[in-house]
Design a protein around this ligand. Structure first.
Ligand SMILES: [Zn+2]
Length: 355
């Protein structure tokens, strides 16, 4: 079995991580103290954690999980810049070589009514600063739009901002939120525009806690290149075959799926079924700070539960590179960089084994 320290050292690719779920609890607590948000018990670190993280004994429920995405913390754009910087720093320290950071500018802008485009630039520029310091990580960006919290007009506004951006690095659009009450069909016209523009990759949260139809709809109505979660694909043979045949990537997240109740336990998670069944399956955290995990932790869980070997993890990361929203040349460069880092990693663990 692969020890956790090895999964930590292993170079990794992260395609599905929300900035809103990847902010340090301690930083949020300091923001809360600055704003004197007593309702969140900032004076007591253990109590504060309960507001923003999932505890071991908490109920396994999607809406409960979503309730941890609180947006009252920020007083200034500096606060927004700080969380973006720290998120890249944390990923770099966990040996993430390539991080597609997804974020919803609305989350950071709403309370103070900051300009959405300014928020987006703040996040991107701050992440870039961190990237300059931690040279081993490359970061790209996706705008997340929320099914339940944003109107089509809001989405179009964000799409206009995305199109007008001349910052290199915004490469995808993501749809997240409550898929039960806000089915894909109602976003059909909007995603047709995104697809027709041909500027961004499309990833849709679907089949997380809802059945296979949600994934079918994400593919047919919203032109999904990738599916966030897609746990339900395992429940529909036709859909499974379709996903394999059309090379639709599944962004799988283990701990997240357990905490939202998408799966009853890790042992029955469909990840190995996808991976061994020819799906372009990738492994991701989703919201590491809410889940109290790192990507290395989820890798260690996969190693232990599914008996994955070092070679399996290499393949999972190559799957992720293939599915990234990078252009062809950048993908090739990343693959080269990854394979070289992986070879180094293998050498270093072989040395430790001999010692
Ligand atoms: Zn997600």
């Amino acid at each position: 079995m692969i020890p956790t320290k090895h999964t930590q050292q292993m170079p990794k690719i992260e395609l599905h991580r929300h900035l809103e779920g990847a902010m340090r609890t301690e930083t949020l607590r300091r923001f809360a103290a600055k704003k004197k948000l007593t309702a969140y018990h900032y004076q007591n670190p253990a109590q504060f954690r309960k507001h923003v993280e999932i505890g071991k004994n908490d109920k396994k429920d999607l809406l409960f999980f979503l309730s941890k995405f609180i947006n009252v913390w920020y007083s200034s754009l500096e606060d927004v810049a700080q969380v973006a910087y720290e998120s890249v720093e944390d990923a770099a320290k966990d040996n993430v070589l390539y991080y597609e950071m997804r974020f919803n500018p609305e989350h950071y802008a709403f309370v103070n009514n900051f300009k959405r485009d300014v928020v987006a630039r703040t996040v991107i520029e701050s992440a870039r600063k961190a990237q300059k310091k931690y040279k081993n990580i490359d970061v790209k960006f996706l705008f997340t739009l929320n099914r339940g919290k944003q109107t089509i007009r809001d989405m179009e506004y964000m799409f206009d901002i995305a199109k007008s951006f001349n910052i290199d690095g915004l490469i995808g659009i993501d749809l997240a939120g409550d898929e039960t009450n806000f089915p894909a069909k109602q976003f059909k016209q909007f995603f047709k525009k995104v697809k027709d523009a041909g500027l961004f990759g499309i990833t849709i949260h679907a089949g997380e806690c809802v059945g296979p139809f949600s994934v079918w709809d994400a593919i047919h109505y919203l032109h999904a290149d990738r599916i966030g979660h897609g746990v339900a694909v395992s429940k529909d043979k036709k859909l499974f075959d379709y996903v394999v045949e059309h090379d639709i990537t599944l962004e799988q997240c283990l701990t997240s799926n357990l905490q939202t109740g998408a799966v009853a336990d890790i042992e029955t998670h469909p990840f190995p079924k996808f991976y061994h069944g020819g799906v372009n399956a990738t492994l991701n955290t989703d919201d590491p700070s809410i889940e109290r995990i790192t990507l290395s932790d989820d890798y260690a869980i996969a190693a232990k539960t599914f008996k994955f070997s070092i070679e399996d993890f290499k393949q999972i990361n190559l799957n992720a590179i293939k599915a990234s929203f990078l252009g062809f040349t950048d993908k090739e460069k990343l693959k080269e960089r990854y394979l070289s880092a992986f070879a180094q990693f293998e050498k270093s663990i072989a040395k430790k084994r001999r010692a």
